[in-house]
Design a binder for this molecule. Structure first.
Ligand SMILES: *Cc1c(COP(=O)(O)O)cnc(C)c1O
Length: 438
């Protein structure tokens, strides 16, 4: 279904056409949903050849499916990568991406400003697997460099940290990584390829929770891994890419797929064996999401800017942390890395502290109190008591979580209606505080 001649096309066009042209059999214009587990073999030799990976083709949807393949090719094109592998969730994308490189005894270095689920995955689950994750301040390059040793397999960061909104200096961090023969893996969920293409700044692997902006409508859980196809896996640190593997008919992953040995290993090793497969129906929904991604992201950013400005001037708000706001300490970094806008997820402090923040959350009517971001609907949450509640107060401080903090994911409603709802909830938060004091 791929169409190589589309490679030169621009972003909005790739979002509509990448990885697909009119189906040769049915002439279907839209991407069909191949809701099938398995694929017929032409004959016994064809089956054997597919199993020995001597030719490309579909065997079983646990490792590849034609609908998901369109999503993979389209995302790879949008990110400027070589290939991609779509999986069942953002968490599976992160797990597969990192464990494709690190095994028991190995180490990974990560910035400490992370999505709550990723923090727990690294600090608890990976630890149990014997993979040590070292948490550093990603903005402090000497701290990153000091954490590197001969067991290190990758450096990990989010494009915009959660919920502190630390913007990664990908050019600088990727240089440190590459100077030590290490790949940089970037979680670009908050940015999507519309706001940033991390590969252009030096990232080697990009992961997404497609659950968020890419799906865009809060309907499906999914994730994807994109490989830049540029890293040298034969540099001595990654013998698992150069040794022959029985399952590959005694070739190495580098011999099997010279364009993207990383995606080949992710797909046919952990992807195949752990089985964190993406349902083709969800893959199809993510394709629909990609087709409207440029338009939606543009409006998300526009609404977010207006809401950030509104909150910044509101007397019941003590601070707003939106890197796109003039005067924010990361404003310059945002201009470099996020020229199309600093996303639509940010935080602010409710005057009156913890109790006022809780009352604010209980008082919103249009905004939804849910554990999600990147929906077309506006969402709010109180990180200290929910997404980051498993962290100690010290860990919360390091990740940038505070008691009065609200995280908002600005949706696509009319901005006047979002403002009105926020205003009435802020007024309610003040009244609750006054009642408490009297
Ligand atoms: C949601 C999210 C994840 C996890 O994705 P799931 O699809 O929920 O598994 C990882 N990283 C970031 C930044 C996220 O927002």
């Amino acid at each position: 279904m791929s169409n190589e001649s589309y490679d030169h096309l621009k972003f909005n066009t790739i979002a509509q056409h990448g990885g697909q042209s009119i189906d040769t059999h049915s002439k279907a214009r839209a991407v069909p949903i191949y809701q099938t587990t398995s694929y017929g073999f032409e004959n016994i030799d064809h089956a054997a050849s597919l199993f020995q990976m001597q030719e490309e083709g579909y065997i079983y949807s646990r490792n590849a499916n034609p609908t998901n393949r369109v999503l993979e090719k389209r995302m790879a094109e949008l990110e400027g990568g070589a290939d991609a592998f779509a999986v069942s969730s953002g968490q599976s994308a992160i797990t597969i991406a990192l464990l494709t490189l690190a095994k028991i005894g190995d180490e990974i270095i990560t910035t400490n400003a992370l999505y709550g689920g990723t923090y727990t995955l690294f600090a608890e689950t990976f630890k149990r697997f014997g993979v040590t994750v070292r948490f550093v301040d990603g903005r402090n390059l000497s701290e990153v460099t000091k954490a590197i040793n001969e067991k290190t397999k990758a450096i990990y960061t989010e494009t915009i940290g959660n919920p502190g909104l630390q913007i990664a200096d990908i050019k600088a961090v990727s240089k440190v990584a590459h100077d030590h023969g290490l790949p940089l893996i970037v979680d670009s969920t908050f940015t999507t390829p519309y706001l940033q293409q991390p590969i252009a700044f030096g990232a080697d692997i990009v992961v997404h929770s497609t659950t968020k902006f890419i799906g865009g409508h809060g309907t499906s859980i999914g994730g994807i891994i994109v490989d830049a196809g540029k890293f040298d896996w034969a540099n001595g640190r990654f013998p698992e890419f150069t040794i022959p593997v029985p399952a590959l008919n005694h070739r190495s992953y580098l011999e099997l797929n010279t364009e993207s040995a990383f995606i080949a290993k992710a797909r046919f090793d952990l992807g195949q064996n752990l089985g964190m497969s993406l349902s083709p129906f969800n893959g199809w929904l993510f394709i629909q999401g990609l087709e409207s991604l440029p338009l939606r992201m543009k409006q998300h950013v526009e609404n977010a800017k207006q809401i950030a400005g509104f909150l910044d001037e509101h007397e019941l708000v003590t601070w707003v942390n939106y890197p796109g706001l003039v005067g924010n300490e990361q404003y310059e970094l945002a201009n470099t890395y996020l020229p199309r806008g600093a996303g639509s997820i940010f935080t602010f402090g409710v005057k009156g502290g913890l109790e006022a923040a809780k009352t604010f959350i209980q008082s919103v009517k249009l905004l939804s109190h849910v554990a999600n971001v990147g929906d077309s609907k506006s969402l709010v949450i109180h990180p200290a008591s929910t997404t980051h509640s498993r962290l100690s107060s010290d860990e919360q401080r390091i990740t940038g979580v505070t008691p009065e903090q609200i995280r908002i994911s600005v949706g696509l409603e009319d901005v006047q209606d979002i403002k009105a709802d926020i205003h009435q909830a802020l007024v309610a938060s003040r009244e609750a505080k006054l009642t408490e004091q009297s």
